[in-house]
Design a protein around this ligand. Structure first.
Ligand SMILES: C[S@@+](CC[C@H](N)C(=O)[O-])C[C@H]1O[C@@H](n2cnc3c(N)ncnc32)[C@H](O)[C@@H]1O
Length: 189
């Protein structure tokens, strides 16, 4: 096992430091349900995971995954865009995970987009409690994801440094556009 993990592995490691049993958290891109199940395991039976996706196959895959793990009671599945998360989540949350791009094994034309992703990150920053964390794994390469990546990279430079610490990973010697992890930690409400 390597010490330096890829962006997805690093997102899980840092989320584990922040999320405690009983917390409420958001999976902004449910997909095949891996991150939803991961978050559900961290919040325990008294916690709650709000999981968003815009497409039915992703909601169904996530439903199956959480049923297999016995996590139905602690997960709220929402078929809507993460840019509308404030319509469903009223309380403060300790973490929001974004895993961008398209559903693996699904329709590649249904993918996250810069404008809606940035709107959702903005809403996540307001829903976060002090000390809470947003992780965004950005996929780009081939013919997709470049516009979204460029928009997000410009956007994160504008986040108020007095309220949030922002960090991003780089793997400068890796070929083929390795995914980038962005972390946003809330310092002040
Ligand atoms: C890379 S997959 C997520 C993988 C997932 N986290 C997992 O663990 O399996 C990206 C997902 O984002 C979803 N998506 C695209 N636009 C969205 C939006 N505006 N709101 C919520 N989900 C969206 C896609 O349908 C796709 O299922």
């Amino acid at each position: 096992m390597c010490v330096i993990k890829n962006s997805l592995g690093q997102s899980h490691d840092i989320i584990m430091k922040v999320v405690k049993e009983g917390d409420h958290v958001i999976d902004a891109t449910a997909g095949n349900g891996n991150d939803t199940a991961f978050l559900a395991s961290l919040v325990g039976p008294s916690g709650r995971v709000y999981a968003f996706d815009i497409q039915e196959p992703a909601i169904e895959n996530t439903r199956r995954r959480i049923r297999e793990r016995g996590f139905e009671e602690r997960v709220v599945l929402i078929k809507d865009g993460h840019q509308n998360m404030d319509l469903y989540v009223q309380e403060k949350v300790s973490a929001v995970m974004f895993n961008l791009g398209y559903l693996p094994g699904g329709d590649h034309s249904i993918q996250t987009r810069g404008q809606t992703t940035i709107a959702a990150i903005n809403k996540s920053m307001e829903l976060l409690k002090k000390g809470g964390l947003i992780t965004v794994v950005v996929y780009y390469g081939g013919d997709s994801g470049f516009d979204e990546k460029n928009q997000i990279m410009e956007y994160i430079k504008t986040i108020d440094f007095r309220r949030f610490t922002v960090m991003k990973t780089e793997f400068p010697n890796q070929p083929n556009c390795p995914p980038i992890l962005i972390c946003i930690e809330k310092l002040f409400p």
